[in-house]
Design a protein around this ligand. Sequence first.
Ligand code: AMP
Length: 284
Amino acid sequence: MRVIARIKEMQEWSERERCAGKRIAFVPTMGFLHDGHLELVRDGRKRGDRLVVSIFVNPTQFGPQEDFAAYPRDFERDRKLLDQAGTDILFYPASSEMYPDGYRTYVEVEKLSHFLCGAFRPGHFRGVTTVLVKLFSIVRPHVVVLGAKDYQQLRIVCRMVEDLNLAIEVVGYPTVREEDGLAMSSRNAYLNQEERRAALSLSRSLKKAESLVLEGERESRRIVEAVRSEIDKEPLARLEYVQVCNPESLEEVERIDGNAVLALAVRVGRARLIDNTLLKGRRG
Ligand code: AMP
């Protein structure tokens, strides 16, 4: 595996591989890798002749009161894991090269960026879409693998790729969980033992919602109530939002007729955790 830090060097590599007819797969990350990331990496490995993984903790997607400085980092460990997983290039740019003095350009996907997490993290998705467009134009991938754990992010990126005619295939990879159901996340590192246990209320509440739908419940309001009461049982967990929404538009739905996505954000200690599940309103 080769580590590339300079943007120009990354672009030259991609240009050569493209000219040689190679299909480039790309997995963008913020590092501090867990098995969820590594599953995306292994999936990306199968989808391209070449595999690029980036590690970049993107400052523009963190709010002023958020955890940019505290975000966990372990480059040496990540480097070994990516090498073992068959990565060709680890792209590891410096912030000063991604956003030099005088940087002025941002990409924003309207509406979709303002629902759900967007309402609580102003500017977050603007930072995400901006950095991804930059990474896409540096790495020039044919296919990008993103996690469905960040469901809103996945939908926003699909919309952006279509709207900007980026000619990239976007693959959504299912959420990877710990054995007890907790969705893997770099931010789980913030949790102490008690908080780790309280964090199980997220996946538990999603399971509860799934079983209600299986039993025939179709009213979003009742499902939201059930989730809320499950989270409220945990004194260490504080619900930020829970919503049932249309899987494409992310608009809130009152009834689950076709498919709907249940998404929630919960604060546990200093971690802000998100999770989601697909609710299938139609039988069969
Ligand atoms: P991050 O490093 O948090 O920016 O995540 C990098 C990529 O990994 C994103 O596409 C995430 O959606 C994805 N990802 C993170 N956690 C998981 C998980 N538990 N299961 C599946 N994908 C994940």
